[in-house]
Design a protein around this ligand. Structure first.
Ligand SMILES: Cc1ncc(COP(=O)(O)O)c(C=O)c1O
Length: 431
């Protein structure tokens, strides 16, 4: 950044001025995106978590006439924090899918323009700059950026590591390590305000079991910390043997006023462009504060109405969700098989749109710089990916690849990646 930039911007403004290999590569992708027919030499995006699994079904339902219908009421102000139809329909789907024995109340939901805004408004409502926050890493960079960059909180990462434990499991989250981090943060004199979990985890794809969630809830209650659980991929669990357990399903929460869940339509309904996220909270003061904050973060009325119509269509949702999960499962299996057949290790995942893969054997040395070099080489080879250092991973060489693409894109994208890796492997053997 130039001196002129820093002179113009505030300190926090200049700190959130991202200049990275990831961003410039993403911009390159935007100016030259792959299209099977129109631009087969374009860049394939295996880095942005979108899903193409249900594009046609969503389009057909949206065009049916009742969802995207125009009315003069859309020209005026409305209930920014969520029109009643959408809050009711969201409460119904969350109850049916995630908490059948513990109905979700529409009065506990606040609608915002995406999960990003949900995280940002919770951090504004619950914490002051300089407060400490505990967060397992690696983690989706937006989570880190929101709580650290924008909100200026002091992040204490619980670094999950690649080294297998005694049972051969990698990147394991343990409540004892979270508590040790809480005590470490307290020893710095900071106010420890919150624990942030993404479940299903992004980028690991792990679905956390209810006993671990309960231990974490109890830990947060013991230390009077908020528990913010980002469940954006709750209905994208593709492993048919794994049941997702939402915090919404806990009948007895140890500290209901400090337990908040984030969900949205960007992932489970493939509607990232619609900008719909929801916060679920039972705390009256937190609700009041969020309702005030949402004025600058609201989802347009017309879109809220379209989403309400979609979610109210129970028969359609009952077709959509299992089909989405099944198609994710098929693509996940194809992706893992192709990578493993080529000798790439893939960490076991259960939910989300991504695989977490170990490219460390292909690095020139075991550093973040060597990882960035590989990232740039993959980009030159025609694929945009996300690397571990971008997700605060401590072990260089791990990458996150999105598999929820069209079959052609996925196949071609993986071919391009494997070509780069094989090229590196053959050079390493020769040198
Ligand atoms: C865990 C997580 N949280 C938040 C977001 C951003 O979601 P939205 O597009 O709804 O703001 C993403 C997007 O990839 C995500 O993976």
């Amino acid at each position: 950044m130039s001196e002129k930039d820093t002179d113009l911007l505030s300190q926090r403004g200049s700190e959130s001025f991202p200049e990275s290999a990831i961003l410039s590569s993403y911009n390159k992708y935007l100016s030259n995106p792959f299209h099977a027919k129109d631009n087969p030499k374009g860049i394939i995006n295996l880095g942005t978590a979108i899903t193409r699994t249900m594009e046609d079904e969503i389009k057909v339902r949206m065009m049916q006439g009742d969802a995207l219908r125009y009315g003069v009421e859309y020209q005026h102000y409305y209930n920014y924090s969520g029109i009643e139809d959408l809050r009711k329909a969201t409460a119904d789907i969350l109850t049916r899918q995630l908490a059948p024995d513990n109905p979700v109340s529409p009065d506990d939901l606040i609608v915002m323009n995406g999960a990003y805004s949900c995280m940002e408004s919770l951090s504004y409502a619950l914490m002051d700059p300089g407060d400490a926050v505990i967060m397992p890493t690696p983690v989706y960079p937006g989570v880190f950026k929101t709580f650290h960059g924008r909100s200026r909180l002091d992040i204490h990462p619980v670094a999950l590591r690649a080294k297998p434990d005694s049972e051969g499991r990698t990147f394991q989250l343990r409540v004892e390590e979270v508590e040790a981090k809480v005590n470490e943060a307290k020893a710095t004199g900071r106010r420890v305000r919150a624990f942030i979990l993404v479940n299903p985890q992004n980028p690991l794809g792990e679905v956390y079991p209810p006993d671990l969630l309960l231990d974490l809830l109890n830990l947060c209650a013991k230390h009077k910390m908020h528990f913010i659980c980002n469940e954006l991929y709750a209905m994208s669990v593709y492993d048919a043997d794994v049941a997702f357990h939402s915090l919404l399903a806990f009948k007895e929460l140890p500290d209901p006023d400090r337990t908040h869940v984030i969900w949205g339509m960007s992932k489970d309904f493939g509607l990232a462009g619609f900008r719909v996220g929801v916060v679920h909270t039972r705390s009256a003061p937190v609700k009041k504060c969020l309702v005030e904050l949402v004025n600058s973060m609201c989802t347009p009325h017309l879109i809220q109405k379209a989403c309400a119509v979609l979610l109210q269509d129970k028969a359609w949702c009952d077709m959509f969700i299992p089909t989405h999960k099944r198609r994710l499962g098929i693509l996940h299996r194809k992706c893992v098989a192709k990578l493993e057949n080529a000798g790439v290790a893939v960490r076991r995942g259960e939910g989300g749109f991504f695989v977490w893969v170990d490219f460390s054997p292909f690095l020139k040395d075991h550093t973040a710089e060597a990882e960035t070099e590989l990232f740039l080489e993959l980009m030159e080879g025609g694929t945009f990916t996300r690397c571990g250092s971008d997700m605060s991973c401590q072990d260089p060489g791990w990458f996150r690849l999105i598999f929820s693409l069209s079959e052609i894109e996925l196949e071609e994208g993986l071919n391009r990646i494997l070509k780069v890796l094989q090229n590196r492997a053959s050079k390493q053997i020769l040198t």
